[in-house]
Design a protein around this ligand. Sequence first.
Ligand code: ADP
Length: 181
Amino acid sequence: MILLLCGLSGAGKTTLAKSVKKLLAQQQIPSEIIDGDDYRQHLFKELGFSEDDRIENVRRLAFIAGKLSAHGIVTIISAINPYEHIRQEISFIYPNVKTVHVNCSIDNLICRDTKGLYKRALLADGHPDKLYNLTGVNDRFDVPENPDLCIHTDQSPIEQCTETLFNFIVQNGVCAEKIKS
Ligand code: ADP
């Protein structure tokens, strides 16, 4: 099973990926997190944040995920993954891909601003620290048209969001795949 955790920066993708991984481990369910930032820093250093590079990034992450999930590992891709067409492409290519929209209002994200990115994106044009391509502020995010699951991290605490995701994985991934084989 491949989970596409998509959503704006700071929405909670990494937090939920890590917390659900812990719950899965407690049940001896193998999982792996493919974190977009991590792979950008270590493997895909040449990729930036243009539309083409964002697409290429997601295609590569999905390719790796396909290899892991073929071995029965619950593979969680945690990346903004902003474009509907590429998310659909991945769902078409690989088996049992589930799109999970990790959703949080922009007002809450600006409040959280864990990485200071929103502050920078909201600076006046021409400011030397201004960020011009922050998804959701001045870069495109296609809200998933038919996500398999939508988690509103500004409406429930982390523990509850984690449980929702865990139950979803067990019902749609682990159990469903065991029944099929
Ligand atoms: P992303 O990976 O989407 O960029 P992070 O997981 O790095 O986001 O950051 C999300 C921030 O929001 C963390 O500081 C986390 O503690 C906080 N947060 C508050 N409520 C929630 C929630 N219900 N689920 C996930 N994260 C939450």
